[in-house]
Unconditional design. Structure first.
Length: 210
């Protein structure tokens, strides 16, 4: 059951170090929560096998991405391993117009940029149960040699420390439990008392949709 008629959409920013299972968690929550839309980022990296433009990312050239930055068309952006990732202002505007709350899967640098522009955005940090478990998950991928694994773990520690300012923390030990916690955060934030909701109830009322 969702509530229509709210004047302001909520921005939910989810961040986590690599290997924490953030993507699987976000996908599960998207299946559970109505009126929640995933924000699709723009990127300059090439599409991987099976990825679709406009579904996984908007794939653009480095030149096009830089033009968007220069024209202030990016709400947030960052560079990771030589590739640029970011959220277009128009993407957020279109999702706002559709009346959905928005789920972002971005890093800490992007989160800081977004919260500067949208101070009411809700920040959620996804953590592994331990660094040892994170090391195990990264090793099981089979894509990292010993040197890269050590660098990723050090980067993960730095990222976690940098995200200590986030409003909520969810430990992703079991996907089912983590999805329930993240879903609860979204529902709780939707139920927070706001003047706009009170005024709507007192005037026109709020229609609940199944």
């Amino acid at each position: 059951m969702s509530i229509s008629g709210q004047k302001n959409s909520i921005l939910f920013i989810v961040s986590a170090p690599s290997g924490t299972g953030k993507t699987s968690l976000c996908n599960e929550v998207m299946r559970r929560v109505p009126r929640l839309t995933f924000s699709i980022s723009h990127t300059t990296r090439p599409a991987r096998t099976g990825e679709k433009n406009g579904t996984d990312y908007y794939f653009v050239s480095p030149e096009e991405f830089q033009k968007s930055i220069a024209r202030q068309k990016m709400a947030e952006w960052t560079e990771i391993y030589g590739n640029c990732y970011g959220t277009a202002v128009d993407t957020i505007r279109q999702l706002f117009a559709g009346g959905s709350d928005i789920l972002f899967d971005i890093d800490e640098r992007g989160a800081r940029q977004l919260t500067e522009k949208y101070p009411d955005a809700i920040t959620i940090l996804i953590l592994p149960p331990s660094l040892e478990e994170l090391k195990k998950r990264l090793r099981e991928r089979g894509t990292e040699d010993a040197g890269n694994l050590a660098r990723r773990l050090k980067r993960a520690q730095d990222e976690i420390n940098a995200m200590a300012w986030y409003r909520y923390t969810v430990i992703n030990d079991r996907l089912e439990d983590a999805a329930a916690e993240l879903t609860s955060i979204i529902i709780a934030e939707r139920c927070r008392t706001t003047r706009a909701v009170i005024d709507t109830v007192l005037t026109n009322g709020i229609k609940r949709e199944k």
